[in-house]
Ligand binder design. Structure first.
Ligand SMILES: Cc1ncc(COP(=O)(O)O)c(C=O)c1O
Length: 413
């Protein structure tokens, strides 16, 4: 991977034609080191957040050698880049073939379930294996997350006791509980509240858990979202754990994705056209800007222009991506100098989690170059940059209304 001191150096040396993932391996290593030194238990990295091989390498350097995987391709990836790593198959709905291959070909023993049907499937496919580690995923009520994740997976409070009991009876090995408080959780107390719900389910089932897996949800820094210190999350988890009825050897696990990788990648994109306050870029919703479009997150943006730095005042812009789909729109507002123009480069920060991982090749776009840069990320939970990023309020007159013909709202493919 080619290394540049900064994104500006890259633009000075050769204006890249394609969008560029600017990676900061040191930021991922630092985050991994923080979690492995401070979390009082086992840290499993949620591979889905960013499956890049360099990420797997840096995490191991930082002491994270366990991986939460959701598919056979993720298992293959981890095996290729971390051959001795322990993997937990935490997707609560797996195909029979995926279960069989994980168990027999890759030696995976840890499987998440949220239904008796999935438990039956795992027992059937593995021939009633006695060495399974079964983690029951609970649906918990946990306010405070930017992305709720309880809607799709997790056994309900009412059904949890029966499933916990069935899992306990099905394995001689580990039986655990897990949950996900939702991604980008802004309230440490959500973890403690979720642990109290898990504890009540265990008490009602009359079983003890060997593992309490608090899932992911640890936050990163985005404009308008300055999270509490990560220490506060770990303190809430400590309190939650000490209030739970567990035995002496019960293990604590977590599965962070975002918090380990968000700072590790930003995007360098070029302005292909400006129409008022709308900038048409060479990357977008079908590339690395999925969350900027679909969750409307106003990621931090920086003008990268060789020569005289712009002294124009900052104002809010909206972005459009390169595809012909009108959903390829990132409303922002993104804070940039007023004089930004066609040919300028923009760095969009904090895209290491669910950024590059979401890239598609729709409309022939999405081909991304990757280079390493040596400067700091735009925000940081680990002291590399401030823990808050300024935001712009959308001003009524700063948003350009594009002409809409009848039916324009429909997706055009
Ligand atoms: C089972 C599971 N664990 C962990 C994560 C990682 O969550 P986050 O990136 O919010 O830390 C996810 C994200 O969807 C998940 O589904």
């Amino acid at each position: 991977m080619h290394t540049y001191h900064s994104p500006l150096d890259l633009v000075r040396e050769r204006s890249p034609e394609r969008p560029v993932a600017l990676v900061r391996p040191g930021a991922v290593e630092l985050a991994a080191r923080w979690f492995s030194q401070n979390f009082k238990g086992d840290v499993f990295y949620a591979v889905k957040a960013n499956p890049s091989p360099w990420v797997i390498r840096e995490l191991q350097r930082g002491g994270v050698r366990r991986f939460d995987v959701a598919s056979i391709p993720e298992i293959e990836l981890v095996r290729a880049h971390a051959p001795d790593a322990r993997m937990a198959f935490m997707h609560p709905v797996k195909s029979r073939q995926a279960i069989a291959s994980a168990y027999s070909d890759y030696g995976v023993r840890t499987f998440a379930i949220d239904s008796e049907a999935e438990l039956a499937k795992i027992l059937d496919v593995t021939g009633g294996a006695s060495d399974l580690e079964l983690i029951v995923r609970l649906a918990v009520e946990a306010p405070g997350a930017a992305y709720a994740l309880a809607g799709k997976f997790g056994v309900s409070t009412a059904d949890a006791p029966d499933l916990l009991l069935a899992a306990r009876r099905s394995t001689q090995e580990i039986m655990g509980v897990s949950f996900h408080v939702g991604s980008q959780c802004m309230r440490p107390s959500a973890f403690q509240a979720a642990m109290a719900q898990a504890s009540r389910a265990l008490v009602r089932a009359g079983v003890l858990a060997d593992v309490v897996d608090v899932g992911g949800g640890f936050p990163s820094v985005y404009p308008g979202m300055a999270p509490p210190d990560l220490d506060e999350y770990l303190a809430a988890i400590d309190r939650g754990f000490s209030d739970m009825m567990v035995h002496e050897t019960t293990e604590l696990w977590c599965e962070p994705g975002r918090a380990l990788v968000a700072e590790g990648t930003s995007l360098l994109t070029r302005v292909e056209l400006r129409k008022g306050d709308a900038l048409y870029l060479n990357d977008g919703a079908y590339g690395s800007l999925f969350d900027a479009a679909h969750a409307k997150w106003p990621f931090p943006a920086k003008l990268i222009r060789p020569g005289e730095p712009s002294s124009a005042p900052l104002r809010g812009f909206q972005f459009y991506g390169p595809t012909c789909d009108s959903l390829d729109h990132m409303p922002g507002p993104f804070r940039l100098p007023e004089d930004v123009q066609e040919g300028d480069f923009i760095e969009i920060g904090m895209l290491g989690a669910y950024g590059v991982a979401m890239t598609t090749r729709f409309n022939g776009f999405g081909d991304l170059e990757t280079v390493e840069v040596g400067d700091a990320p735009m925000g940081s939970m680990y002291g590399l940059a401030p823990r808050s990023i300024p935001t712009v309020k959308p001003e009524a007159d700063s948003v350009v209304r594009l002409p809409r013909s009848k039916g324009r709202r429909r997706r055009r493919r």
